[in-house]
Design a protein around this ligand. Structure first.
Ligand code: NAP
Length: 313
């Protein structure tokens, strides 16, 4: 079994910041990640609100830079999937696909998965017209009609990316009120090839080999109609990636990990950072802050002194 001082689960912005912060203090740090570095941002083309980036930056550029920074600080990357946790021994043990990893302190930054819409046709046409990645698949729809489902920041961010490629972008939102930030809504509403359909529910994604249309229901009239589309991009929220926890940590009613202000979970020496924790606003700057806070807490758990914190308590 491999042993580390700090194990970080997840190489998104929270996990990479935690790893860089902890490693810089000279402890042995492992980051366990099942995909590549960057997490959710790897499919994001325009990030406008990351501190220090005055121009929009692509997530698939930011992720590798953050990984490099963590590696230069001394963190080790392990490409593997954490399938379970054993918390009944003297230190936490991560049960991974390729073996076990023991760590004196654990930072859970496993992030979220995109929520499914849950309508007929969604699974059937996944990868054949149904997508969660505007920057990857947008160029395939040059001049065509695509639908973006959802009314939050993700839907509007990605609709803006799609509008640069597609002939027409329909944003379909079930409610009358949008969740997305007002400046983003204004920017997207002003694009000539974008139409926003409020109070409209997707009943079915229809196709043959590939997606051909949506069956939509208008909230006001209750009438159903068929809307021809070539692609469907689903952005209906995030669900925390907590399956591997096995119910061993306290969770909020929405399934996010409960922490205190030091990112301490209900189990001593185990911390959570980023949008997997209760109360996260899912902002990248916040995820980075969570990661740094969790790393400091993990280091303190290992006995490191932080004079300003020690004095304040
Ligand atoms: P979100 O804010 O939770 O919004 C999800 C949207 O999908 C809502 O409009 C919701 O409708 C709708 N929805 C949920 N389930 C649905 C269903 N079954 N059928 C149809 N519609 C459904 O999710 P998000 O946009 O992915 O954002 C997640 C978090 O990341 C947010 O905190 C957001 O601020 C943050 N984020 C920030 C940025 C940025 O800073 N630029 C970018 C992306 C995301 P209702 O409103 O009716 O519930």
């Amino acid at each position: 079994m491999r042993e580390f001082d700090v194990a970080v689960i997840g190489a998104g912005v929270a996990g990479l910041t935690a790893a860089a912060t902890a490693a810089r203090h000279g402890v042995r740090v492992a980051v366990i990640e099942k995909m590549g570095a960057g997490g959710q941002i790897m499919t994001v083309e325009r990030i406008e609100n990351f501190p220090g980036a005055a121009e929009p930056i692509a997530g698939f550029e930011l992720g590798p830079v953050m990984q490099e920074q963590a590696e230069q600080a001394g963190a080790e990357f392990i490409l593997d999937t954490v399938e379970g946790l054993a918390l009944d021994g003297p230190v936490p043990v991560l049960k991974c696909g390729e073996g076990e990893i023991a760590a004196r302190s654990l930072i859970i930054a496993a992030g979220s998965n995109r929520r499914k819409l849950g309508v007929p046709g969604e699974e059937e046409f996944a990868g054949r017209g149904v997508s969660h990645c505007a920057s990857c698949d947008g160029p395939l729809y040059r001049g065509m009609t695509v639908a973006v489902i959802g009314g939050g920041d993700s839907a509007f961010d990605e609709a803006r990316v799609l509008a640069a490629h597609a002939g027409k972008v329909l944003i379909i939102h079930r409610g009358e009120k949008l969740r997305a930030a007002r400046p983003l809504v204004d920017a997207v509403s002003g694009l000539a090839n974008v139409k926003i359909c409020l109070g409209t529910t997707v009943e079915e994604i229809i196709g043959e080999d590939v997606v051909r249309a949506l069956s939509l229901r208008e909230g006001a009239s209750g009438a159903s109609r068929r809307e021809p589309v070539d692609g469907v991009f689903v952005y209906v929220g995030l669900e925390p990636n907590i399956g591997f926890l096995g119910g061993q940590l306290e969770l909020s009613e929405h399934g996010r990990i409960v922490t205190d202000r030091f990112m301490q979970t209900s189990a001593p020496g185990i911390f959570a950072a980023g949008d997997i924790r209760q109360g996260s606003a899912a902002l990248l700057a916040e995820a980075a802050g969570d990661g740094a806070t969790a790393a400091v807490a993990a280091l303190r758990h290992l006995g490191a002194r932080f004079e300003s914190l020690d004095a304040a308590e």
